[in-house]
Write a protein that binds this ligand. Sequence first.
Ligand SMILES: NC(=O)c1ccc[n+]([C@@H]2O[C@H](COP(=O)([O-])OP(=O)(O)OC[C@H]3O[C@@H](n4cnc5c(N)ncnc54)[C@H](OP(=O)(O)O)[C@@H]3O)[C@@H](O)[C@H]2O)c1
Length: 254
Amino acid sequence: MIRVIILGAGNVAKHLYTAFYNQKSVEVVQCYNRKGLSLHSDQRENTITQDFSSLKEADIYILAVSDDAIEEVSNLLPFTNKLIVHTSGSVPMNVLTDTNKRGVFYPLQTFSRDKAVDFTTIPFCLEAENDADLTLLKKLSSTLSKKVYEVSSEQRNVLHVSAVFVNNFTNYLFSTANDICNEHDVPFEILYPLIMETAKKITKMNPDLAQTGPGIRNDSKTINRHLKILTDTTQQELYKTLTKAIQSKYGKKL
Ligand SMILES: NC(=O)c1ccc[n+]([C@@H]2O[C@H](COP(=O)([O-])OP(=O)(O)OC[C@H]3O[C@@H](n4cnc5c(N)ncnc54)[C@H](OP(=O)(O)O)[C@@H]3O)[C@@H](O)[C@H]2O)c1
């Protein structure tokens, strides 16, 4: 049995709690958060603490707190020589206090409060200072997922900036397309199959080969027609910037 304590009560903490709750080989013995919140409707009240000094014994302490709070929270832990890990994509492992054994337990997925996730498909990016701790983290993540990777802080940062492009920026573009459709009373859902096919296609072929559209074809009349219906200057600038980027990458001129 791996005994875990989760610190934080946000998106990642809640999803991890629920995922571990369904595992026989993992016990979440306690949770810490500033507001004393429960992470699950079945969580016993006596397993929640707002007080660092009453933290119990565990094999792994998971700091699922905001990036900027990781260092501060790790410095407030009232014990030494325990395995403490954070769950961030971009924060280096060495911001954690070196009075404890340090590691990273980064689930590379987007977590929102009310959207269930399937952990079996989530890649876990792990890092630890010694082999025994890495083995323990591998054992813990293997209870949830088959996709377990050993990744350095530098490699994790590369993955994280790439994740910003494929998830955060792409989602902003979905939101922009939704606004444009709403403004012109066209159902956004008509685009769902295109969105799904775009994402599925790049798992089968290089994204460079999958690039289509007026930018790469240099269809300047179509580009101008599009720019005319965009009334919002941010949307126009975005369209021009991305079209220019596509054309400079694939050798065409705007
Ligand atoms: N969301 C994602 O998609 C995702 C995916 C992978 C990894 N991550 C990483 O997982 C970590 C948590 O992200 P999240 O999305 O779960 O964040 P979140 O929903 O915003 O929750 C952040 C948690 O951190 C706590 N916190 C913030 N400052 C604190 C402090 N000074 N002391 C104690 N607790 C503090 C907050 O407590 P209060 O409510 O009291 O402020 C809250 O419980 C981050 O490192 C993030 O980069 C997130």
